[in-house]
Write a protein that binds this ligand. Structure first.
Ligand code: NAD
Length: 313
């Protein structure tokens, strides 16, 4: 069997086009321009690339992206003062503080200072709690797991009854992913570094979401034939020929030989993460204007079917 390669670039482009349409409607109907404030402290090269890419993609569809670049020596109190200012600014709908922050700044203190109603990354405890009770109408859902869910919903109308294994229990990927899939009526297992018999658990799963941060960690022999595999990992590795490349957490060729569908790295989850940030910003702008935000998941292009359907018989 050869798996379908899930095209995250194409799904993200479709989502971005719908977000763009919503931005144009907001401009025409209520003269509102969704605005995202992006805060970067220090000169971390990866963070600079991420922040520039987010701002470029926002601006391309009419979302204002206002950069706040602060030196690495910025005092925590000055960063908190900036966040208070952005919280109070009615023209700002989303606030994103790029992580990681320099060591002398307490990440938790900063994330908790962001107004939950502008927390488009979904990291504030209020949003974590709202997602925990399944209230995604009011929560902001973290962008990467939201992107993974939209990829799954692009493939399946209904995830009910599927066995989902999430490898990784981080607060930005694994845990919110689990909450989202429970809400979709999947039977969810969260695996982590202390999990016993990870391979055996993986073989039971109709959906595997790998968020580990270890290249080629998930092997083809672990995968149930026909399963859908979402690879969140982004690992920089040096190949034998000396080239620096990005690779995921999944041994792609092996897994693609067994799975029903798999996301590539790059070109899978990554583009969805940025698109979901833009979606969350527009959701926030709608809420601030007292308008109902759009539902970003669309009916699947394929008929609902469960790979390895015996799991729900
Ligand atoms: P993290 O380091 O916070 O968490 C990694 C998780 O993997 C931990 O919960 C740990 O328990 C688990 N783990 C480690 N070794 C394991 C093992 N041997 N068996 C089972 N589980 C094990 O990482 P994170 O922030 O969740 O990110 C995970 C990966 O996803 C990284 O490669 C990161 O770069 C990538 N990522 C990608 C995007 C994107 O937009 N595509 C966004 C966020 C993170």
């Amino acid at each position: 069997m050869t798996a379908e390669i899930i095209d995250g670039i194409a799904v993200a482009a479709e989502l971005t086009a719908r977000i763009h349409g919503q931005v144009e409607q907001l401009a025409a109907a209520v003269r509102l321009k969704p605005t995202l404030a992006v805060v970067l402290v220090g000169e971390n090269p990866s963070s600079q690339v991420y922040v520039s890419s987010k701002a470029r993609k926002a601006k391309a569809i009419g979302i204002a992206a206002v950069d706040h670049r602060l030196p690495a020596s910025t005092a925590e109190s000055d960063l908190l003062a900036l966040i208070r200012k952005l919280n109070a600014d009615p023209a700002v709908h989303g606030i994103l503080v790029q992580l990681p922050l320099p060591d002398h700044i307490a990440t938790t203190t900063v994330l908790e200072a962001i107004d939950p109603a502008k927390d488009v990354d979904g990291f504030h405890p209020v949003n974590v709690g709202l997602l925990g009770i399944g209230d995604v109408e009011r929560a902001f859902v973290p962008c990467t797991p939201l992107g993974c869910l939209l990829l799954l919903r692009d493939r399946f109308d209904d995830l009910t009854g599927m066995n989902a294994l999430i490898i990784g229990r981080s607060t930005i990927v694994g845990r919110p992913m689990a909450q989202l899939l429970v809400r979709e009526s999947c039977t969810v297992t969260i695996a982590h570094s202390k999990t016993a018999d990870l391979e055996g658990r993986c073989r039971q799963a109709d959906i595997v979401v790998a968020a580990v941060g270890r290249p080629d960690f998930v092997r083809g022999s672990w995968i149930k034939p026909g399963a859908t595999v979402i690879d969140v990992g982004i690992n920089r590795v040096t190949r034998a020929d000396g080239a620096n490349v990005l690779t995921g957490d999944v041994a792609f060729a092996e897994v693609a030989a067994v799975a029903g569908a798999v996301t590539p790295v790059p070109g899978g989850v990554g583009p969805m993460t940025i698109a979901c940030l833009l979606a969350n910003t527009v959701t926030s702008a709608c809420r601030h204007a007292g308008l109902a935000p759009p539902r970003w998941a669309v009916p699947a292009r394929k008929p609902a079917s469960i790979q390895g359907a015996a799991a729900v018989a």
